[in-house]
Ligand binder design. Sequence first.
Ligand code: GDG
Length: 482
Amino acid sequence: FYLYIDEEAMSKTIIVSNRLPVKVTEEDGQYKVATSEGGLATGLGSVYQSGDNVWLGWPGVEVAGDDKQNEVTQKLAEVSLRPVFLTADEISGYYEGFSNEILWPIFHYYASTYANYKLADWECYQHVNRKFADAVIAIAEPGDTIWIHDYQLLLLPGLVRATRPDISIGFFLHIPFPSFEMFRLIPWRSELIEGILGADLIGFHTFDDASHFISAATRLLPVNSSSNIITVDDRPVVVESFPMGIDDEKYGALTRDPEVVSEINYLRETFKDKRVFLSIDRLDYSKGILQRLQAFELLLDTHPEYIGRIVLHMIVVPSRDTVPQYMELKQNVDRKVGDINARYRTLDWSPVHYFYRPFPINTLSALYHVADICLVTPMRDGMNLVSKEYIASRTQETGVLVLSEMAGASKELIDAVIVNPSNIASMAEAMQTALTMSLNEQKRRMRLMRQVVSKFNIKHWVKLFMERMREVKQMQQSMRSR
Ligand code: GDG
């Protein structure tokens, strides 16, 4: 017992993700490091900022030369971060190429049109995963816990396990895991599964993702599974769902912040007698932006009484704009918004307010608080945090969430108006349902969803995963001593 406590006390946790939660900028030859407030960073803050724990990842900029790299390394060390420096070629092959032109489309069910299987990108992906492994191995000690995040690092659990069989490894996938029929298309499918199975605990947002993974693993490799445990060379690997939450208190508090309140008042004055639909996404084909626009157009076609009375406030945040499919999508969205506005606008009204740029969180908070309806209609999404942020910002307890059944969040937010994003007519109907829903019904649903978002928040998610890691470690220790 005492031995176990001692080991726990001395051991550390290493978080690993493609990107560090920072923005590194260079000004007059001096590097500046600003920590980011993203959801994952907030949730994991309590982990990586305590004791000897660290977060390891790419700092998001190319830093060439030993002197500069040392300077950035030192600055990052002050905030418990460790950089893995990547060259422009590595980013192009491993991140833009393999991660975003192969894994992202396949895992979001866009295989035939979007996946681009280049051998050179696969080689680069392996090389960069090995680079991450070297960085982890250099600081990992027996008894440490490593928590690896997301699809850019699928090989990392296996690579670390190969040199450090004693170490406890957790892996969490933030995007969906596709059905086997989709996954099997990847030329390097077995190697990817072997990589992930290097972990002791593998987490997904939903039960379906976990089942798809178990199915792919048992079909591709000579491993056995019983319920949610896969046995790899006598080592039990636990596969489970951990639906990620948000910092609900932060979003609630933001709506009372004086700066946000003044933005809220300004928006209310601007929208006056209009009903407001809101959508916020990164530019991505998986987010269903074009289909949503088609449904909104159909609503105007079939319900001319809404002309001049509703507005779609649509924020699209630039993302992966060097990948060809994203450039093409941008052009299509531009054109569709142009068409709708050209067909329907009047001298003093435009149906779609389209913004192609990021906004500060205060503005998002004000928009979430003011919008009557939030449209979250991805074709596929691991979880979708925007839907939860909308709920957390509805302190007035009204408002309607229209949510795609293809988002992980739809498994929890069952009181949303759930839609199939490929069915344009039914999405237009859902918009109509939302516009006509009584305040009592809105409140009934919103209260239930607010309970879910607040109970299963980001702190709960981190705690659950870390606790499960400890349990799995104990289970393995007791199996070994048998
Ligand atoms: C991946 C998975 C999974 C957006 N615009 C602005 C801005 N945002 C913030 C939102 C939200 C986040 O970005 C987007 O998170 P999502 O979950 O909606 O989507 P992905 O980026 O695709 O995330 C997804 C997630 O990982 C977590 O596991 O849920 O399924 O695809 O927090 O608020 N933030 C600011 N300005 C913007 O303009 N400040």
